[in-house]
Design a protein around this ligand. Structure first.
Ligand SMILES: C[S@@+](CC[C@H](N)C(=O)[O-])C[C@H]1O[C@@H](n2cnc3c(N)ncnc32)[C@H](O)[C@@H]1O
Length: 284
């Protein structure tokens, strides 16, 4: 599947015209992340960590994974391309009185500010998959991980029938085609691509393992109200609506999303939507 809502061209960190940065600074992803906290905590619990350890959360947003990692006692750096989310993450760290959690701006395709072998654990839950240049992303993740360290990625799966893959697929049907040479973020959900990218970074296939896992989005309101949250705050959905409005198809997009959110909802009195993802573990 080609995810047309993402742009391919990379520009230096913070440079004007970096479409990857503009996409995620659009809207306010913290409003979406608010419904992802329980699953973020569950991912961290499942890692079976025993601090002390140094962890990097790449494409961390406002800390869905980074904050529970820090609460567990890890020394955590969160890196994200979106400056508003870096600011929101540092605010959350301060509110929790956490001195072992810092957020900074950076691009997963080029972690130039991070020395080699800095972290015991590099985690990226639906984060680094959205960076351009996937081979560079794999190389950077391996470079900054200590020997005998671990990389854990959560990646959405192309054409998966569950929530997020379908949300992105529907949205992409309303947006213009991607530029030449574009590599869809969803290719991080294909095992062979993941193996190929880490192999190019010096990691043999037998040190890369895969499981299917579930992330649940919980919202105290109706599925239709939840669509409105995505329309207001989630960059990819906002772009899809902007494109749909220009084509006079916004109502059609709204209807398709409401159907998806309603059909995937498992709650009777609120909204609870599970989504399947590919969990990648790399032994460095
Ligand atoms: C779907 S959000 C997930 C955020 C967070 N991991 C969470 O679970 O709440 C994707 C995140 O990846 C970040 N991102 C996208 N491209 C990036 C890049 N090139 N380098 C670093 N972060 C990036 C976005 O800014 C956004 O915060």
């Amino acid at each position: 599947m080609s995810l047309k809502i993402m742009e391919a061209k990379a520009a230096p960190n913070g440079a004007p015209g970096n479409p990857n940065q503009a996409l995620w600074e659009k809207g306010d992803f913290t409003e979406i992340a608010a419904f992802m906290r329980q699953s973020g905590e569950a991912v961290v619990e499942s890692l079976g960590l025993r601090p002390p350890l140094r962890a990097l959360d790449l494409g961390c947003g406002d800390g869905t994974t980074a904050l529970p990692l820090a609460l567990l006692g890890a020394d955590v750096t969160g890196i994200d391309i979106a400056r508003n989310l870096v600011k929101a993450g540092n605010k959350r760290a301060a509110e929790h009185g956490l001195t072992n959690l810092k957020f900074q701006e950076g691009d997963a395709s080029n972690l130039e500010q991070v020395p080699d072998k800095s972290f015991d654990l590099v985690v990226s839950i639906f984060g680094a998959m959205f960076a351009p240049k996937p081979f560079d992303v794999a190389k950077e993740m391996v470079r900054v991980t200590k020997a005998a360290g671990r990389i854990v990625m959560g990646n959405w799966i192309p054409n998966d029938p569950t929530f997020v893959a379908q949300l992105l697929k529907i949205s992409s049907n309303y947006t213009p085609p991607p530029p030449e040479g574009f590599v869809s973020p969803m290719t991080w959900g294909i095992e062979n691509n993941v193996i190929e990218r880490f192999a190019a970074a010096g990691i043999p296939a037998e040190r890369v393992s895969f499981t299917r896992d579930t992330f649940t989005f919980n919202f105290q309101g109706t599925p239709s109200a939840y669509v409105d949250e995505f329309r207001k705050y989630y960059g990819p959905t906002m772009n899809a609506f902007e494109a749909a409005e220009k084509q006079g198809r916004a109502a059609e997009l709204q209807k398709e999303l409401e159907e998806l959110f309603n059909s995937e909802n498992k709650s009777q009195d609120a909204t609870s939507i599970p989504a399947t993802f590919l969990r990648v573990t790399v032994a460095v």
